[in-house]
Design a protein around this ligand. Structure first.
Ligand SMILES: [Zn+2]
Length: 156
């Protein structure tokens, strides 16, 4: 499907492909940080409308907090540079919700405004088992809305 010229929509990811081993790795890292929020970045390749996740880089929060996740640019920049050098692109941010559902908070949407070309994953530990969701954020007029993304698990 051609989507050229559709510059009104900067965001063209419709499906994310994630190896189950990477999903597990994310969950384990975030679970180990409980009761605090934690996070990281996902790298890989964009092939048309499919984004293939190849690598999870855990990044601990600057200050342990049960309701906030903050990664400092000091930690982020070298990781992004290294991934770029090995041919991978930044595809998604990840953070955990230790006790709330895997839905973007008002704060998440506000802070994500500058990162519209990325996907955003939230991993919730509020239920019986971890809930991993991916979203794209979109600014419409003066507010940011979110849309769930399809996730395809593979066994690579
Ligand atoms: Zn959040």
């Amino acid at each position: 499907m051609e989507r050229k010229g559709d510059h009104g929509c900067e965001f063209d990811v419709w499906q994310l492909i994630i190896p189950s081993a990477i999903r597990e790795q994310m969950i384990q890292f975030l679970e180990a940080a409980l009761p605090y929020e934690s996070g990281g970045l996902l790298f890989g390749k964009r092939v048309m409308e499919e984004w293939m996740i190849e690598n999870f880089q855990p990044i601990a929060s600057d200050k342990p907090d049960a309701k906030n996740y903050n990664a400092s640019p000091r930690d982020l920049v070298p990781i992004i540079m290294k991934a770029k050098a090995s041919g991978m692109e930044l595809l998604a941010t990840v953070h955990s919700h230790p006790s709330s559902p895997a839905v973007p908070s008002r704060k998440d949407l506000k802070e994500a405004y500058g990162y519209r070309d990325l996907a955003h994953s939230i991993v919730s530990f509020a239920g019986m088992s971890p809930d991993v969701q991916f979203y794209r954020y979109e600014k419409v007029e003066h507010h940011v809305s979110f849309h769930p993304l399809t996730l395809k698990l593979t066994n690579w």
